[in-house]
Design a protein around this ligand. Sequence first.
Ligand SMILES: *[C@@H]1O[C@H](CO)[C@@H](O)[C@H](O)[C@H]1NC(C)=O
Ligand SMILES: *[C@@H]1O[C@H](CO)[C@@H](O)[C@H](O)[C@H]1NC(C)=O
Ligand SMILES: *[C@@H]1O[C@H](CO)[C@@H](O)[C@H](O)[C@H]1NC(C)=O
Ligand SMILES: *[C@@H]1O[C@H](CO)[C@@H](O)[C@H](O)[C@H]1NC(C)=O
Ligand SMILES: *[C@@H]1O[C@H](CO)[C@@H](O)[C@H](O)[C@H]1NC(C)=O
Ligand SMILES: *[C@@H]1O[C@H](CO)[C@@H](O)[C@H](O)[C@H]1NC(C)=O
Ligand SMILES: *[C@@H]1O[C@H](CO)[C@@H](O)[C@H](O)[C@H]1NC(C)=O
Ligand SMILES: *[C@@H]1O[C@H](CO)[C@@H](O)[C@H](O)[C@H]1NC(C)=O
Length: 397
Amino acid sequence: MFGLTTFLTALAALAVTATCTYNPPPNNTFGPDADGKYEISAEGIRAYFIPYGASVTNLYIKDTKGIERDIVLGYDNASYYAEDPRHPHFGGVPGRYANRIKNSSFIIDGEEFKVTPNENNNNDTLHGGPDGWDYRNFTIVAQTTDSITFSIVDPDGKEGFPGEVVSYITYTVTANTWHIKMVALATTKKTPIMLSSHTYWNLDGFANPDTPTALNHTFHLPYSGQRVGVDGILIPDGTILANEPYSVNDFWSAPKQIGANHTAPELVGNCGTNCRGYDNCYIVNRDQDGPYDWRTSGPVATLASDFTGIQVDIFSDQDAFQMYSCGGMNGTLPIKSTQGGDGLPRVVQQYGCIVMEVEDWIDAINQPEWQREKKNIFGPGDPAYVLEAKYVFSVNS
Ligand SMILES: *[C@@H]1O[C@H](CO)[C@@H](O)[C@H](O)[C@H]1NC(C)=O
Ligand SMILES: *[C@@H]1O[C@H](CO)[C@@H](O)[C@H](O)[C@H]1NC(C)=O
Ligand SMILES: *[C@@H]1O[C@H](CO)[C@@H](O)[C@H](O)[C@H]1NC(C)=O
Ligand SMILES: *[C@@H]1O[C@H](CO)[C@@H](O)[C@H](O)[C@H]1NC(C)=O
Ligand SMILES: *[C@@H]1O[C@H](CO)[C@@H](O)[C@H](O)[C@H]1NC(C)=O
Ligand SMILES: *[C@@H]1O[C@H](CO)[C@@H](O)[C@H](O)[C@H]1NC(C)=O
Ligand SMILES: *[C@@H]1O[C@H](CO)[C@@H](O)[C@H](O)[C@H]1NC(C)=O
Ligand SMILES: *[C@@H]1O[C@H](CO)[C@@H](O)[C@H](O)[C@H]1NC(C)=O
């Protein structure tokens, strides 16, 4: 009896301790807010996310004048992401295999797999298929004031992909920095995995009275003297091309504005048949630097705008970097109520944004001679797929 009483007393004390030390978070911090968005924040940065595609919806950074600018594209509320049939992949995580899969097929250990096509009259699969990860609601599994973690369980056979994949997407903010960590496990069979963050940027928050475009943003890819060669529908053809100095794809020898070569004849067809601009996978070549720490070895990409002075330096452990200059925008998608300015257009104009995606070499599953199987195909016995990146913001005066 004595023993039991002591035990119960101890238990009660524990329960009391637990009750007393548990501080429920204030409701306004842990969302969702009235628009279905979840906020995290740190000094100099405030970001909002939704379960749909584990997408970033708003990212606020102060400009040279101290005015907060919402510098990513998105919609005003979470429900519209699922409703809008145009599905521009605003800020989501394309998965389980980002970018295009040639002929919607691939071979693993001699076995051919066919996945669901969804682009170019069903000639290829883009961003994981018609019901890829960024068409689905992830589950929120953890949240603090400066961090949020989403998870998804992608079943065996979904969109034609072999085996189940379980993934965790963690977004964290620290002073002036947005951190991304993506982990994915192939739990049952060998399968292709390639993830990314498909965020569209306009560092002016569409408030620049001189231009609705991002063509005056300055871009630098210091490690990218090469890019993946593609055909007219942006499917890699196996070639690796040189970005010769002063050519339209040379963003490595010196920073230049996205629109610096806008009238150059070579820019037509550079992002697919008849497309003027960029939608290219640039290779990140860091081997000559010896063992490098991606966190400190310098950014793989930098984007900056003179109008707001906002600059983002992107650090990543990935070996490629996709940049799309929004040539496909045509003034039909809305900007958010948090963006724009008096008398300025409330829609995204052609070249009004820049998509930047940290990722691996695209469609490497169909280019075995690139020998990137260990970075593209994952099975139950393999290390986890991991993608890490940080976006460091600063302001130039
Ligand atoms: C938080 O929300 C819950 C349920 O919606 C409500 O009962 C509670 O009073 C709220 N707390 C605060 C501090 O607003
Ligand atoms: C949701 O957002 C969309 C696009 O931003 C907008 O057109 C729509 O009116 C919004 N709906 C509500 C209920 O606020
Ligand atoms: C995802 O969640 C949104 C609300 O955030 C909801 O409108 C939508 O119907 C959900 N979609 C699916 C496929 O569950
Ligand atoms: C395209 O995929 C089909 C299987 O769906 C295969 O039979 C065919 O050989 C593939 N074509 C090319 C050109 O790879
Ligand atoms: C796609 O495939 C069809 C045949 O299925 C073909 O006619 C067409 O030219 C291909 N290319 C594009 C870009 O649609
Ligand atoms: C592209 O722009 C850069 C910077 O203005 C210039 O040096 C280069 O000659 C241009 N290249 C072409 C092909 O127009
Ligand atoms: C903006 O870009 C246009 C076209 O590329 C160029 O003519 C103009 O000089 C640029 N303006 C500034 C302020 O850099
Ligand atoms: C304009 O862009 C939207 C969304 O990207 C697309 O659905 C629509 O077909 C385009 N319209 C024209 C006329 O090109």
